[in-house]
Design a protein around this ligand. Structure first.
Ligand code: SF4
Length: 368
């Protein structure tokens, strides 16, 4: 299809109908009670890659733990990650806190209301900037997320691959053109809400949709083929071996991941990726030697579990291990810090999901 501008080639986008529908049907979400930019910022960061139902509890807990930007800025990293534990994409939490520190130091504790300034904050990209500025400050910036992409590609009949940068740019352009300048925050939320509740990926409820009269995909029965997304590359699947080491006080050894690594600032049981030609037990042995400088005897398996991250999958194999004499005391080589903790104490530390499953099984199964 040739690209067009709204003003040239398609009927006026039914903004009024969309906003009316939103006024009648918007879900009652906790951050919608507020015009506080900090609350809106937190909710928008949490909502990236995460379903609304999951976010609600986390949002309440986070607001309770860190009621102000200053309190978030002053908090220690571990307590922020602990509240975020289980929500995934932990760089969001680290960036949010770093950005809160910048806001506290450089912007007098106020979330900036200029596009340039808010975009300068760590972790704030065009989506978050537009969402916060439009919803909290009523500024005319259009948001484009997965829901908006679906609604706009269907409405305007955009058949190109939505993975491609040029398609994304064109969709942003369309969103900018149709944005309601009087109520930009509500308009953005209305499009996202419509995508989440009516214009769903499969089986959109077109008969209840305020846009149906002008919608290309509805008119041409193309809702099954629009939007088009080319198949994702197959994600790699890694085998991970980790060691559970106890000391003579029945405490377990855990390691802190480096701040700048994936899942940085979270704790884990030491271990790593299996190499070609290795058995999983050999992986555990090698990883513990590399990470902690100790020789271990790899004993019985404690558990095996699968977990899917955004770009890869893992099967994690956890083994009980015993440090062989005359190994020196373990010292952290690739982690930031190591600690010996009792099983009940494990619940005080933030762990990534797969390790969290391990800690929960340890808590359930073992009596120390
Ligand atoms: S009419 Fe159907 S396909 Fe078109 S925007 Fe509405 S729900 Fe989506």
């Amino acid at each position: 299809m040739d690209w067009f501008t709204v003003s040239d080639n398609v009927p006026e986008f039914p903004k009024h109908e969309l906003l009316e529908w939103y006024d009648r049907n918007s879900r009652d979400l906790p951050w919608r009670d507020s015009e506080d930019p900090y609350s809106i910022w937190i909710s928008e960061v949490m909502l990236q890659q995460t379903r609304v139902d999951t976010v609600i509890d986390y949002y309440h807990r986070f607001r309770e733990a860190f009621p102000t930007i200053q309190e978030l800025a002053d908090a220690d990293r571990q307590s922020v990650l602990k509240v975020w534990e289980g929500l995934g994409y932990y760089s969001r939490a680290r960036n949010l806190q770093d950005a809160a520190r910048t806001v506290a130091e450089q912007f007098n504790g106020e979330v900036p209301d200029s596009y340039k300034e808010i975009l300068s904050l760590k972790g704030v990209g065009p989506y978050t900037a537009a969402a916060v500025l439009s919803i909290a400050y009523n500024k005319p910036y259009a948001v484009v997320d997965g829901n908006v992409i679906r609604v706009l590609t269907r409405y305007f009949g955009v058949k190109e691959d939505i993975r491609s940068q040029s398609t994304k740019k064109q969709i942003q352009k369309l969103a900018d053109e149709i944005l309601d300048r009087n109520r930009p925050g509500d308009f953005n939320q209305a499009l996202m809400e419509l995508g989440a509740t009516i214009c769903t990926p499969s089986g959109p409820d077109c008969r209840s949709c305020p846009l149906s009269a002008g919608c290309t995909a509805y008119r041409t029965a193309a809702t099954d083929t629009i939007p088009y997304k080319s198949p994702a590359k197959q994600s790699p699947h890694h085998q991970i071996g980790v060691g559970l080491i106890k000391d003579n006080e029945d405490r377990l050894l855990i390691a802190l991941r480096p701040e700048d690594a994936m899942l940085g600032g979270l704790w884990e049981f030491p271990g790593g990726k299996m190499r070609t030609g290795e058995s999983i037990k050999q992986t555990v042995k090698r990883e513990l030697k590399e990470e902690l400088g100790v020789d271990v005897d790899v004993l019985e398996k404690f558990m095996k579990l699968n977990h899917t991250y955004s770009h890869f999958k893992i099967t994690l194999h956890a083994y009980w291990c015993r440090i062989l004499p005359p190994s020196p005391a373990p010292t952290p080589a690739s982690s930031q810090e190591i600690r010996w903790v009792t099983v009940p104490e494990l619940s005080q530390y933030p762990f990534p999901k797969a390790n969290k499953v391990l800690t929960e099984k340890l808590l359930r199964k073992l009596e120390f």
